[in-house]
Design a protein around this ligand. Structure first.
Ligand SMILES: Cc1ncc(COP(=O)(O)O)c(C=O)c1O
Length: 472
């Protein structure tokens, strides 16, 4: 038996290494200097025959992994849509792990369940959403989309006298799924998990930035009397725009449908007085998905499934067993709104970030990131040969390089410039396809990014593009 002192020393070492990493990351390279294969080779080998001292394990992990880490929490990181894993949230997450709470139910963790209930209510208030919504704390927006769509499927079939939770989809009445042509991949995953099929959807036309066209939706809704699940979007991943909810939500309800909104990052605009108007009408939606690990800056494993019909939410997710006692019937039961049983007490980190930033801090961060996205887009548009495809309405925009009159050449230039930016390591961007063309996608979703970072980033983009033109 090893002494407890060794284990506690491992905790202290982890804290020290974590602090060192976070202090140094802003100046560190924005791409890993060791490859996947190198890291894999370091860790690979036979299953250890014997254990090792806990301090030595943590040292081995840090030494082996450090140069293969991506600098996601560094200030000039703009790829995908990633938050900052804020240190306050990380600290709360350490306690969550150390406390070892299983937040399956109130008896297992009264504190985990209570703090989660408060975080859930605060979320609704921050986003100015109706208080009757129920909220499940899940691993991310992918699962939050699945939960919202599960509630939608159950409720629309229940209204037709069918209990899908009991009887499944065998012989069930028909359901339709309507979604915008620029929906995120993860809503298709949710449809797949639910037996609704990725291909059995009606695609609604979108405008040049990816917003659903209300006229097309109305026509599609009218085309059949089968009940419809409509999937809207708050924050398109390439352009940041949101669907015109004030128009489409009443349309869906008039047709007795259910509207689910994928708002992984964009729904956070509701926390800002300045940007809330972009999402007018979304508050009437039936269900929504939003991430904590994007614009709330929590560490990963933080998403929220919001459902306006609590009964439908619970019918789709709750599970019963004799050993899962419900001795606090009047309180919110955390496991009733999520697909898992054993689960991380996610409320602690979510609560900690809402407490750390407060209403004003979250609004300020959203406003500042949008402002910086605007500065970046304007700065890049001023570089000769660079085209900014959309002046950002929120925090996402796309750029192409050297595409004038020759799209194939534009694709090659764009991919080469993104690679050059990644090699130069002053900033980190990713590429994506939009309407069949390669673009550099820029996402400003971190509380760490400043106006000074924007200036450095514009210079980095200029010099990478010059290097590509010079054939270097
Ligand atoms: C619009 C949108 N929906 C869903 C997701 C999936 O979220 P997660 O990766 O947290 O599951 C993302 C992630 O980037 C997103 O941007």
């Amino acid at each position: 038996m090893r002494s407890d002192e060794q284990e506690y020393a491992a905790l202290a070492l982890a804290a020290q290494l974590a602090e060192q990493y976070r202090r140094e990351v802003a100046a560190a390279p924005r791409h890993p200097t060791a490859s996947y294969a190198e890291i894999h080779a370091r860790f690979d080998g036979p299953v250890p025959a014997h254990g090792k001292d806990a301090v030595a394990v943590i040292e081995e992990l840090d030494a082996g992994a450090r140069d293969g880490l991506r600098g996601i929490v560094a200030p000039r990181f703009y790829a995908w849509v990633n938050g900052h894993s804020h240190v306050a949230g990380v600290a709360a997450d350490w306690l969550t792990s150390a406390w070892g709470q299983n937040c399956a139910g109130i008896p297992m963790s009264p504190a985990g369940a209570a703090v989660e209930a408060v975080a859930a209510r605060w979320l609704l208030e921050l986003l100015d959403l109706p208080p009757e919504n129920s909220v499940g704390l899940v691993s991310g927006a992918t699962i939050a989309n699945f939960v919202g769509l599960a509630a939608a499927r159950g409720e629309l079939l229940r209204r037709q006298g069918w209990d899908v939770e009991a009887d499944g989809l065998y012989g069930a009445p028909p359901l339709r799924v309507l979604l915008g042509a620029d929906a995120h991949n993860t809503v298709y995953s949710g449809l797949r998990y639910l037996g609704l099929g990725e291909k059995r959807v009606t695609t609604i036309a979108t405008d040049s930035l990816g917003r659903m066209q209300p006229g097309d939706l109305e026509r599609a809704l009218r085309a059949s009397s089968d009940p419809a699940i409509v999937i809207g979007q708050a924050g398109q991943i390439n352009t940041g725009v949101s669907d015109p909810f004030a128009e489409i939500v009443p349309m869906v309800h008039a047709a007795q449908g259910w509207i689910h909104v994928d708002g992984a990052f964009g729904l956070w605009a509701r926390a800002s007085d300045k940007h809330r108007h972009l999402l007018d009408g979304v508050e009437q939606a039936d269900s929504m998905a939003i991430d904590g690990h994007k614009w709330l800056q929590t560490p990963y494993d933080s998403g929220f499934a919001i459902v306006r019909n609590e009964e439908a939410h619970r019918r789709a997710m709750d599970m019963q067993a004799s050993y899962l006692t419900r001795d606090n019937a009047n309180h919110r039961h955390p496991g009733a709104y999520v697909p898992e049983l054993s689960r991380r007490a996610r409320g602690f980190a979510a609560w900690a970030m809402m407490r750390r930033l407060g209403r004003s801090g979250i609004a300020q961060m959203v406003d500042e990131d949008v402002r910086i996205a605007g500065i970046l887009a304007a700065g890049m548009a001023a570089i000769p040969g660079v085209t900014v495809l959309n002046q950002p309405e929120l925090n996402q925009f796309m750029v192409r390089f050297g595409a004038q009159g020759d799209e194939a050449k534009g694709d090659r230039n764009t991919l080469a410039t993104v690679e050059q930016i990644q090699r130069d390591a002053q900033a980190y961007m990713g590429s994506a396809q939009w309407r069949g063309l390669w673009v550099m996608r820029v996402s400003v979703c971190s509380i760490a990014t400043t106006e000074q970072d924007a200036a450095i980033t514009i210079d980095a983009v200029r010099s990478a593009w010059e290097a590509v033109q010079a054939g270097r």
